[in-house]
Write a protein that binds this ligand. Structure first.
Ligand code: NAP
Length: 221
């Protein structure tokens, strides 16, 4: 059995996508900073008949993130699908003229060093399997930078560039890299932006394996 690992396994999109891939037969590795929270979510999934385990790591601590992914693969099985979707800290969203170089450290650690560390950790396993999927999830500022959210706008652009480079480089090896842009907010009950609907979209990206950037809704919605 192979594993779906979601980095940023919270109660919204993280839980929904874990359920979606779990229903398809994947074992589920849940990663966020709080061991208590990922264990509680894992217990919920186990109660629904899904094999799931929680692993604590802060994405801004590369060694901890690599260790969590290593432990997940060792205990559950090789990671075939990796989703990177931790929710960015509010502090990363400051007006551009109030953003100094030091204010970009957090966003860059979060959206660049974290993804690079995670991908490099799981790539050898995907190559050994001969296939794999990496899914990035970002807000609309990854596409249209917002002057009041400078940190995420700048760091999401870098994350997007990394993802697209991976997409172009790894396609020939059967490893598909895709990005889902969610314009505006995730809204429970929304036709396109309910967490379960977004989880279906992410499952579709894994299945269809076409192109890098996809939109969950119209950018101006
Ligand atoms: N919510 C929205 O309106 C919205 C809008 C557009 C795009 N998105 C995208 O959707 C994804 C998040 O979905 P969601 O908002 O429903 O969140 P969620 O899946 O409910 O939770 C995400 C989890 O990320 C974890 N996290 C935050 N900082 C972390 C860190 N430094 N290291 C490790 N884990 C961390 C938090 O858990 P801990 O506190 O336990 O670490 C949080 O529970 C992100 O990719 C975000 O860019 C969200």
């Amino acid at each position: 059995m192979t594993t779906f690992a979601v980095i940023g396994a919270g109660p919204g999109l993280g839980a929904a996508v874990a359920r979606r891939f779990g229903r398809e037969g994947f074992d589920i590795a849940l990663i966020s900073r709080s061991q208590d929270r990922v264990e509680a979510l894992a217990a919920d999934l186990v109660g629904e008949g899904i094999t799931a385990r929680g692993f604590a790591a802060d994405v801004r601590d590369p060694k901890a993130l690599e260790g969590a992914l290593e432990a997940a693969a060792a205990s559950l099985g090789p990671i075939e699908v990796l989703q990177y979707s931790p929710v960015p800290h509010r502090d990363f969203m400051r007006p551009v003229l109030e953003t100094a170089a030091a204010d970009l450290l957090g966003p860059i650690e979060f959206s660049v060093y974290g993804p690079v560390s995670a991908v490099r950790q799981v790539l050898p396993g995907m190559r050994a399997l001969g296939h794999g999927t990496v899914l990035f999830v970002n807000g609309g500022t990854a596409v249209v930078p917002h002057p009041d959210r400078a940190g995420t706008s700048i760091a999401f652009a870098a994350e997007s560039a990394y993802g697209r480079l991976l997409h172009d480089t790894l396609a020939a090896e059967g490893i598909h890299v895709a990005q889902l842009i969610i314009p505006g907010a995730i809204v429970p009950g929304h036709r396109r932006k309910d967490p379960a609907v977004l989880a279906d979209a992410l499952w579709g990206l894994h299945q269809d394996r076409q192109g890098f950037r996809h939109f969950a809704d119209d950018l101006d919605a």
